[in-house]
Design a protein around this ligand. Structure first.
Ligand SMILES: Cc1cc2nc3c(=O)[nH]c(=O)nc-3n(C[C@H](O)[C@H](O)[C@H](O)COP(=O)(O)O)c2cc1C
Length: 398
């Protein structure tokens, strides 16, 4: 499918499925275990209904917001998506360029194939104001992490995002079935049973053969041995579980704001505030870590209440339409992170695909605001929505 003709994110998802080998598409599309949380994240938006104001029209509608002082053209940033570079060559740089073009921010994952300096340069391609944040896992040990933080600081990343929901990798059954470990690993022999999947996707395969094969992790440099191989991350994660007191150490070497990602309960939001975080992201990692944890939209009101206006609260998980973004803002999110919605575009067509995803969501947001009869994102509040699901009612009572 021609991505320019995609009219919604589901079209981009279909295009990604057709271009990428199954192992890559399922890595992006799938979740942990029975994928209950993955499904709930999107379903939760259906339980929130709008309460539009009729017979109102404004001369203009303002979609802009600010996050940590950065202006965004609409309340969204691109989430850290590990291994974006296996979806499309130079995937991280392509996504950062598309974000910059649209006036959005980009968050680079530790688990990325492009050098963080190159991604920051790409983020400046269209605007010198585009914010880039760096998402940190402690894989590689403290010396490697300190070196990465130093590089990120010097390259111009303006916030550090610490992901706290991944003491080990989630159990992603699709990845096990498709042999992702074997395909990304070093043994040629172990790859053989899984090669037909790659060979039957010549467009994806030829783009990687032309780029010289799959890259390594350019932002985890192990002292004495170089960039970490792609597949070592899974075992490295389990040796690098982050704890609250690690934030004290990180604060000493990182001079900018710290954003804690993966908060699902009010108490953890308070803990993040106590450790000096400037913002939290309500996130369950897109349903890829602990399965049957609640949908993030359901967790949002409790975290917003606990934050009590002291820090900014962002959220992600299940955003597939602009109306989802508007609902999250109505329920107290400063902005959302877009995850798979842009990554489908990336896997389908690189930078052009990400741009298409952003354009679709932006147009949705604009239309939703007009149909709601609300002049600006900054004027949205809970009076524009109704939350009737049992999970919401529980949160509102507590
Ligand atoms: C393929 C994939 C890779 C991801 N890699 C990371 C990562 O490296 N670091 C991180 O903090 N979150 C990672 N996430 C989680 C996203 O940042 C975000 O929380 C999630 O995608 C939001 O859900 P959504 O995809 O339904 O929008 C990843 C998500 C996906 C789909």
């Amino acid at each position: 499918m021609d991505i320019r003709r995609a009219i919604n994110v589901e079209d981009l998802r279909r295009a990604a499925r057709s271009r990428a080998p199954r192992v890559i598409f399922d890595y992006l599309d799938g979740g942990a275990d029975a994928e209950v949380t993955l499904a709930e994240n999107t379903r939760a938006f259906n339980h929130v209904t709008f309460r539009p104001r009729g017979a109102v029209a404004f001369p203009s509608y303002d979609l802009r917001t600010t996050v940590l002082g950065h202006e965004l053209s609409f309340p969204a940033m691109l989430a850290p998506i590990g291994y974006s570079g296996v979806m499309f060559p130079d995937g991280e740089a392509a996504a950062a360029r598309a974000a910059s073009k649209a006036g959005l921010g980009y968050i680079l994952s530790t688990v990325s194939c492009c050098k963080l300096e190159d991604v920051r340069a790409a983020a400046l391609a269209y605007s010198s104001m585009s914010p880039s944040w760096f998402q940190l896992y402690l894989v590689g040990g403290r010396a490697a992490t300190e070196a990465t933080i130093d590089r990120a600081q010097r390259a111009g990343y303006s916030a550090l995002v610490i992901t706290v929901d991944s003491p080990i990798a989630g159990n992603r059954e699709r990845d096990l079935r498709n042999g992702i470990k074997q395909l990304l690993g070093a043994s040629t022999f172990a790859k053989i049973p899984y090669l037909p999947d790659l060979l039957s996707h010549p467009r994806w395969l030829s783009s990687y053969l032309a780029a010289g094969g799959l890259p390594q992790l350019q932002n985890v440099i192990i002292p004495g041995s170089g960039p970490m191989p792609l597949m070592d991350v899974v075992s490295a994660l389990s040796r690098a579980a982050i704890q609250w007191n690690d934030l004290d150490w990180i604060r000493r070497i990182w001079r900018g704001p710290i954003v804690v990602k993966g908060i699902m309960i009010g108490d953890d939001a308070k803990r993040a505030i106590d450790t000096g975080a400037t913002a939290v992201i309500v996130s369950n990692h897109g349903g890829r870590q602990l399965d049957t944890v609640s949908a993030t939209l359901h967790a949002l009101p409790e975290v917003v209440a606990a934050a009590d206006g002291q820090i900014e609260v962002l959220m992600d998980g299940g955003i597939r339409r602009g109306a989802d973004i508007i609902k999250a803002v109505c329920l107290g999110a400063r902005a959302v992170l877009i995850g798979r919605a842009y990554a489908y575009g990336l896997a389908a067509g690189g930078e052009a695909g990400v741009t298409r995803a952003i354009d679709i969501l932006l147009a949705d947001c604009d239309r939703t605001l007009r149909l709601l009869g609300c002049p600006a994102v900054s004027a949205l509040d809970c009076s524009y929505v109704e939350t009737r699901s049992p999970a919401f009612m529980q949160n509102q009572q507590s």
